[in-house]
Design a binder for this molecule. Structure first.
Ligand code: FES
Length: 379
């Protein structure tokens, strides 16, 4: 009874392989089976309850014996139990599914549209023996910029020659990031993401009109590694492989939401040039692949608090590869860009006298503005 074992997981009926020495929880994670837990596999939350219906399993651990008094005698913890033979297990419903309503609406604040992304129509002089400038230099001079993304060289010549040098240039803060044929109705779009510990909401905007085109949401796939930020930090701190899993989970969720938004609005992914993310400091750090180990221990130092900008292709995002993803600035390890967004949108700084702003989520934040100071805390 050693080596690998096959187990059938109910209620889904999925059959998966459990490696020698691996807990059922680890096998579920490795096979991308969703499981809603809080403690990230430490035997503390009791959320990973399951039953062994068939097969031989390891004897209950001390933690399981404690939880059996609460959950019932035959309930095991997936994060503790190891299968010693082939078998059948049944996850409890709370662990197998986690359904809740995601808040995606709110009061819209009128604001002036000033996008980082702009586009410009350019009709270039056609090359000749008298004008032998290269394609790139010809385009840069016509657009009047020097900064460009070298990635566009992959398509530049085909686009210019195929469009008879009558094209559209796309710029991001003055950097030439794309050249494309003039296609009627092709726009430039951006997506604002609210990256919560539990849920992620994406808002697709037309960057020229400022109009909201579509909204989609999903659970943050990181839930499988723990429901709260501390559990996730513990998981990610176990090594680079786990930190990468945390990043892959949030990027995967973002990409699924983008695909959903684009399908609904019938928009091409290459027309999405800007992605802005507001989230707590830990979520922003995981998104960019940082380990947050030192955020959870005194003196609570986060990997970064400045706004960070990376090329979409560096994160394998489902958008134009030359566009950018940027995060809002954070304030400290536990007061993040989501609260900065709250402050900006609520304009709490314009209010006189003591006033409080409360952001209720899996992690809650409170900010109090006195006459001459701001104080913030989170839990
Ligand atoms: S008790 Fe198993 S994941 Fe929390």
């Amino acid at each position: 009874m050693s080596g690998k074992h096959q187990i059938k997981v109910l209620p889904s009926g999925l059959v998966l392989q459990v490696d020698e020495g691996e807990t059922v929880y680890e096998a579920l994670l490795r096979n991308n089976v969703p499981i809603a837990v809080v403690c990230g596999g430490k035997g503390v939350c009791g959320k990973c309850g399951m039953r062994v219906l068939k097969g031989v399993s390891s004897p209950p651990t001390v933690k399981e014996e404690k939880w059996a008094q609460v959950l019932g005698g035959d309930v095991r913890l997936a994060c503790q139990v190891r299968m010693l033979s082939d078998g059948v297990i049944e996850l409890n419903q709370a662990a197998a599914t986690a359904k809740a309503k995601i808040l995606t609406w709110g009061q819209e604040v009128k604001t002036e549209v000033d996008p980082a992304v702009t586009r410009r129509e350019v009709l270039l002089p056609t090359p000749s023996l008298e004008d032998q400038r290269a394609d790139l230099e010809r385009l840069l001079q016509a657009v009047g910029v020097q900064s460009y993304d070298g990635y566009l060289l992959r398509k530049l010549s085909d686009c210019l020659w195929g469009s008879k040098f009558d094209v559209e240039a796309v710029l991001y803060d003055g950097e030439l990031i794309d050249v494309r044929p003039k296609v009627p109705k092709a726009g430039v779009y951006g997506i604002a993401f609210d990256i919560g510990t539990t849920t992620i909401v994406g808002y697709l905007y037309d960057l020229e009109s400022g109009k909201l085109v579509s909204v989609r949401s999903s659970y943050n796939d990181q839930i499988r590694y723990g429901e709260d930020v501390i559990s996730r930090i513990e998981f990610a701190s176990k090594g680079q492989e786990n930190t990468s899993k945390m990043q892959d989970a949030v990027v995967g969720t973002i990409n699924n939401i983008i695909a959903d938004l684009l399908k609904t609005a019938n928009i091409d992914k290459d027309d999405v040039y800007d992605i802005v993310c507001a989230g707590n400091t830990i979520m922003a750090s995981f998104l960019l692949g940082s380990s947050c180990y030192h955020s959870s221990r005194t003196p609570y130092i986060p990997p970064f608090t400045s706004p960070v900008r990376v090329k979409a292709r560096d994160l394998h995002l489902n958008s134009n590869p030359s566009g950018y993803l940027k995060t809002l600035p954070s304030i400290s390890a536990y007061v993040g860009g989501d609260l900065v967004a709250d402050i900006l949108v609520s304009e709490i700084y314009k209010h006189e006298g003591p006033v409080a702003l409360v952001d209720l989520g899996t992690n809650g934040e409170v900010i109090v503005k006195t006459e001459d100071d701001f104080m913030a805390t989170s839990c």
